[in-house]
Design a protein around this ligand. Structure first.
Ligand code: GDG
Length: 505
């Protein structure tokens, strides 16, 4: 085992996530019949998409570890062995990717069902959107069991298991009970944790808490979520001992340390990509989407999700154009919305609402040569996204609630020109704790005030905008993805080596 100062993982790492880090795709061999095609076809591998996956990839490589994820159809490929394992990255054989093959029914219930129609609305404080679909929890439990079993197949006494997110609330206790005691189980919960009064709407709240308390370490983005989690444990698991000062819970023979470690982005990489984009990339985007290349540009980048506050943002923009008619024709707002979970009716309705609001506002204020809102659901390449970030004068991040919101940090990192770009930031996102003091804070539901703040931000003197952006950049570069992982592994190492006492007072 490694020493206290070593920033890397203290043992072979097993990462568990819903999405896999690499996808394999067949390219047709070009033969004239199926048999020829099958023998000629080549396999291409998608690189990690960025963010967490790209950050964790080298760590798993260093420890010659294992990554366990839903195969999303790829488990059929003949690159995998009989255990559904494949070595990745393709040319280096650095670690094992173990794919869990799930039936359509399992995905419908575990992923689109319990994860995204119960836990997601619950944790984001939308109890009215929690759906009651029989079998969903049963499938969630079964899938958690399958992942836990796969972990047990690969774990030894020195293993560190690191689970990602809300798809695996039950797995930690199952894993804890089936792997050697020397191994360490940790989890990072990427979305908010709800208040005690919201959590009562969870039909299986006690089971969720018991599952999570199988972890040795449980991480959230910010203190608020940690405190709420401890409140829920104290309220709904009376048999648990909660040490609030040290943030340690003892329950069912396990001790769990609960920590706030805010996630960051690879700021260097976003800045580099933004710098490397040329004027042509931006000019192409402008002509493709009808963005004026000489006016002031506002930007929103979100998954098309009801938590992101896009309708409220559109209403605030409408009020802004009402009250500040001089900006009509000069200020254009670009909304990049990524369709997501479109199988779920609440997401379909939300998408329809957003699209119809955009059309309405554009009909109201648009002219022959200017539209107030440029809207696209196209996927943008990393370079295109960074080019948009770089050229946007004003970024609006206005979720009703959001665990962290990485787009905020990406925008700041990619604002490389020192032109004094401005960030409008909702006070209900994790990123507000880090950046709120130098952003323009908004309450996303107070649309009148929100509209005023857009006007205020656009009128802010250049020196003030520059100063604010300088501070924001320092913070984003300081609290980047590397820092997040180092802090996580620091905690994991302290627990793994036994140097951190897990005793409750
Ligand atoms: C969850 C939590 C927490 C989006 N469109 C394109 C594209 N993106 C990328 C962004 C960014 C990511 O998607 C979105 O990340 P967020 O953090 O903003 O939001 P969620 O997807 O809801 O993430 C959130 C996060 O987990 C991490 O813990 O911060 O609170 O909800 O990276 O850049 N990327 C590209 N093209 C697009 O069109 N290339």
């Amino acid at each position: 085992k490694q020493t206290e100062d070593d920033p890397s993982c203290p043992g072979p790492l097993i990462v568990v996530s819903n999405r896999q880090p690499y996808r394999h795709e067949y390219e047709d061999g070009g033969g004239t019949n199926a048999a020829e095609n099958a023998s000629d076809r080549s396999i291409t591998v998608d690189e990690p998409a960025g963010g967490l996956t790209a950050g964790l990839d080298p760590v798993v490589q260093q420890t010659d570890g294992t990554w366990i994820a839903w195969g999303d159809g790829d488990a059929d490929f003949d690159v995998v062995d009989e255990d559904n394992c494949v070595d990745v990255p393709p040319d280096e054989e650095a670690y094992t990717l173990r794919r869990i093959d799930l039936s359509e029914e399992a995905v419908d219930s575990y992923y689109y069902g319990f994860s995204n129609r119960v836990l997601w609305p619950l944790c984001h404080g939308f109890p009215d959107l929690i759906e009651d679909r029989t079998n969903d929890f049963e499938w969630y439990r079964t899938v958690n069991e399958r992942f836990a079993k796969a972990v047990a197949d690969h774990a030894n006494d020195d293993t560190v298991v690191w689970l990602q997110d809300y798809h695996f609330a039950l797995a930690p206790r199952m894993i804890r009970e089936s792997i050697p005691t020397g191994a360490t189980v940790a989890q990072f919960w990427h979305i908010p944790w709800p208040t005690v009064s919201t959590f009562q709407h969870c039909p299986v709240g006690g089971r969720i808490l018991e599952g999570l308390l199988g972890n040795d370490l449980l991480g959230f983005h910010v203190d608020r979520y940690v405190d709420r989690f401890l409140d829920c444990v104290a309220r709904y698991l009376p048999a648990a001992t909660v040490d609030r000062n040290r943030r340690i819970v003892r329950y069912g023979g396990e001790t769990t340390r609960v920590v706030a470690t805010p996630m960051g982005v690879d700021a260097e990489s976003h800045a580099r990509t933004a710098r490397s984009t040329d004027a042509e990339t931006f000019a192409n985007l402008c002509s493709e989407y009808g963005i004026p290349d000489d006016g002031t540009i506002g930007l929103g980048v979100d998954r098309l999700d009801y938590t992101k506050g896009i309708p409220e943002r559109l209403t605030a923009l409408e009020r802004f154009f009402e009250r500040y008619p001089d900006w009509r024709g000069d200020f254009t707002f670009v909304q990049k919305a990524t369709p997501s979970r479109t199988e779920i009716p609440a997401y379909q309705h939300h998408g329809e609402l957003v699209r119809s609001e955009v059309e309405r506002i554009n009909r109201r204020f648009g002219t022959d040569d200017w539209q107030p809102i440029v809207y696209t659901e196209d996927y943008l390449e990393e370079a295109e996204l960074c080019s948009l970030y770089r050229h946007a004068d004003l970024m609006i991040v206005s979720p009703l609630v959001d665990g962290m919101n990485l787009v905020t940090q990406e925008y700041v990192a990619a604002s490389v020109d020192d032109t004094g770009d401005t960030l409008l930031l909702s006070d209900r996102v994790g990123a507000h704790e880090l950046l709120g003091s130098h952003a323009v804070t908004i309450d996303p539901t107070d649309v009148d005030d929100f509209a005023e703040r857009i006007g205020h931000a656009l009128a802010m003197p250049a020196h003030e905008r520059r100063h604010r952006m300088d501070v924001l950049r320092d913070r984003v570069f300081d609290a980047d993805l590397d820092r997040w992982m180092t802090t996580q592994f620091d905690w994991i190492r302290r627990i793994h080596t036994g140097s951190e006492s897990q005793r409750t007072d």
